[in-house]
Write a protein that binds this ligand. Structure first.
Ligand SMILES: [Zn+2]
Ligand SMILES: [Zn+2]
Length: 155
């Protein structure tokens, strides 16, 4: 895929929450941590990083704060009706929001640049050819740059 039209659209399972993203995403990666497995009910989650200022959400979100293993606070937001998790934002980096890729209406362009928590991955779910990143040293800037170099043009 060479070109993807902006804005991107997405939403929850029941349709009660819809969002759109007006600017180009910054990165996509995969997380194999147990929390992502639990919350998605699947093998891993796929995350797309966007600028919070590019994101418009319609409909009420249910937001809960959790503390990660690294002691960082993160606000997770879900649809209060169907429970689908849509996005996460850390108050310490509020200018960035992570979308769950499966909530996009069209996620066909999403290509992860890295995968984290591979040690807790379901073995067959480790994605061949995608670099393993240490979540302790996760470099959003370097990985974001590498991702954008191979990403489609967003217009
Ligand atoms: Zn919903
Ligand atoms: Zn995770």
């Amino acid at each position: 895929m060479d070109e993807v039209a902006l804005p991107l659209h997405g939403g929850c399972f029941c349709g009660g929450v819809r969002y759109r993203v007006a600017g180009a995403p910054l990165m996509a990666h995969v997380c194999h941590c147990h929390l992502c497995q639990k919350r998605s009910g699947s093998a891993f989650s796929v995350m797309v990083l966007v600028r919070t200022e590019d994101l418009t959400v319609e409909g009420a979100l249910r937001t809960s704060r959790r503390t990660t293993g690294r002691g960082r606070e993160v606000d997770d937001s879900a649809c209060p009706d169907c429970g689908a998790y849509l996005l996460a934002c850390a108050p310490s980096a509020a200018e960035y929001t992570t979308l769950r890729a499966g909530t996009l209406d069209d996620a066909s362009w999403v290509n992860p640049i890295a995968q984290v928590w591979v040690e807790s991955a379901i073995p067959w779910a480790v994605i061949p050819g995608v670099q393993h990143a240490d979540p302790e040293k996760f470099d959003y800037y370097a990985l974001g740059e590498a991702w954008r170099a191979g990403a489609p043009a967003f217009r």
